[in-house]
Design a protein around this ligand. Sequence first.
Ligand code: FES
Length: 97
Amino acid sequence: PKEFHKNGDSQSIVRSTNDIRPGEGGVISRGDERIAVCRDTDGTLHAVSATCTHKGCTVTWNNADCTWDCPCHGSIFASNGAVIHGPARKPLVPVEL
Ligand code: FES
């Protein structure tokens, strides 16, 4: 479906948290680390590791559902990293920005 491509890996990579608007998310790089960052509608940033806890793919932001979705096997995580849908069983790891 269209949404899958729209939220594909390369397009969810952003340069900095400044590029993330309220209610949206994106993946930033810090060294080898990829960090999944989303911004609340009140402007607060939430950061978790972008590495899926199933087999290590990079999650992508799903703006329609405000979730982090893994393109590899379909795991879905809440914006705070909690598992909504497997096969991942552990939440995305919190990260300090
Ligand atoms: Fe993410 Fe398998 S690596 S669901």
